[in-house]
Design a binder for this molecule. Structure first.
Ligand SMILES: Nc1ncnc2c1ncn2[C@@H]1O[C@H](COP(=O)(O)OP(=O)(O)OP(=O)(O)O)[C@@H](O)[C@H]1O
Length: 363
């Protein structure tokens, strides 16, 4: 996958413009608040149709009603045009001029690595679940569909529990058990594979402590039906479905210790990096083409060894866009960010050029 150009209109603080990207690494540097993260966010939205903005309207420049992003990208030897428009609670996507659902955009097209990824370690289970679910949905459209139906089922079942409709539970339970069991089975398989990849990546990042990933389930496919019955009384009094895949978590362990409780900030960033690299590995495995790598603030909280891993990782994929407050060594194109504009320039760099030994980065 290669991003040839990105156009934005009314997107946050970005000037309305089209930027072109060559193969290789584009380094974008500039002061805090210049618009570097906004540009990566816009590229990710255009390429995947995905955003984790809390509300779509925050993506729209203050004072405007709609924002629009457009990517021209090469995939499997052909050029596609991907367009997404967002407004208050509304999102439309087009692929080559034809309106499609978000899921129909190329799912394996980009991976976004950013400092906030540390929240995957420290944050609430919801964040880790969202990470897993989003990745699984990108790997399997069937999973995306099942998850949507399951979540709708949980919402409807919760409404029935709140209304005290004990008599209706048999039907809701059946739906939840059928969908939930399949989701759990798929998650188990994916987490097993991801655990191996993340542990390898973590070691390649120079970490001495081993990383373990483990799914913490509130029930199992075998006992889901029985567990729902057993806890019916509690559910009716709380008005909520208290077990099932929507309550599961992904436990991250550094050796014998819970990473959420014991990891330093740098260690958390390293674990998050190992997870993102596993995401890249899985998408590449599935779609047989390396995703475009978007790396925000490449030097944040990382020591020279881990920074060097990122430099080599960026150099090992066909295309990467990397931001920072200083230049990115080895970039084929450097852009200076200022007030939402991106101007070609010679990047200043305080870091030494990376050893581009791509064999060291396992893809
Ligand atoms: N909807 C919006 N409309 C207008 N401006 C916005 C909107 N959303 C965010 N901004 C502004 O965009 C600016 C750039 O933010 P961005 O996160 O891209 O900066 P950055 O270059 O990544 O900075 P840093 O180096 O601090 O991470 C911020 O000043 C922010 O207030």
């Amino acid at each position: 996958m290669l991003l040839q150009s990105l156009s934005t209109l009314n997107y946050r603080n970005l000037a309305d413009a089209t930027l072109r990207f060559p193969a290789g690494v584009t380094g974008i540097w500039g002061a805090n608040g210049a618009g570097k993260t906004n540009l990566l966010e816009a590229a990710y939205l255009a390429l995947t149709g995905l955003t984790d903005a809390p509300r779509l309207e925050v993506l729209v420049r203050s004072g405007e009603r709609e924002a629009y992003v457009r990517a021209e990208s090469w995939q499997g030897g052909s050029l596609s045009v991907l367009e997404t428009g967002v407004g208050r609670g509304r999102r439309t996507t087009k692929l080559d001029g034809v309106r499609v659902r978000g899921q129909e955009l190329p799912r394996g097209s980009a991976v976004w690595i950013r400092p906030e990824d540390s929240e995957l370690v420290y944050g609430a289970p919801t964040l880790r679940r969202a990470f897993l679910d989003q990745l699984l949905s990108r790997l399997s459209p069937r999973h995306a569909q099942m998850l949507q139906r399951y979540e709708r089922g949980v919402a409807q079942r919760n409404a029935a529990l709140k209304a005290g409709e004990d008599w209706a539970m048999g039907v809701w339970d059946e739906q939840l058990v059928t969908l939930g069991s399949e989701i759990m089975t798929l998650r188990r398989r994916a987490v097993q594979r991801m655990a191996t990849l993340a542990a390898e990546n973590h070691a390649a990042l120079g970490s001495r402590k081993p990383l373990y990933l483990e799914l913490v389930e509130t029930t199992t496919p075998e006992s889901f039906r029985h567990d729902l019955k057993r806890r019916r009384g509690e559910e009716l009094s709380r008005g909520a479905t208290v077990l099932g895949p929507h309550r599961d978590d992904l436990r991250l362990m550094l050796g014998d210790f819970s990473a959420a409780d014991y990891a330093s900030r740098g260690e958390a960033r390293t674990i998050a990096l190992a997870l993102r690299k596993a995401e890249l590995d899985l998408l590449q495995e599935r779609y047989q083409e390396p995703p475009i790598l978007l790396i925000d603030d490449f030097s944040a909280e990382l020591d020279p060894q881990r920074r060097s891993f990122l430099l080599r990782l960026a150099a090992s994929v066909p295309q990467a866009i990397v931001t920072g407050t200083e230049g990115f060594p080895g970039a084929v194109q450097s852009l200076r960010a200022e007030a939402g504009q991106f101007l070609p320039t010679q990047a200043p760099s305080s870091a030494p050029a990376p050893q581009l030994d791509t064999a060291e980065v396992k893809l």
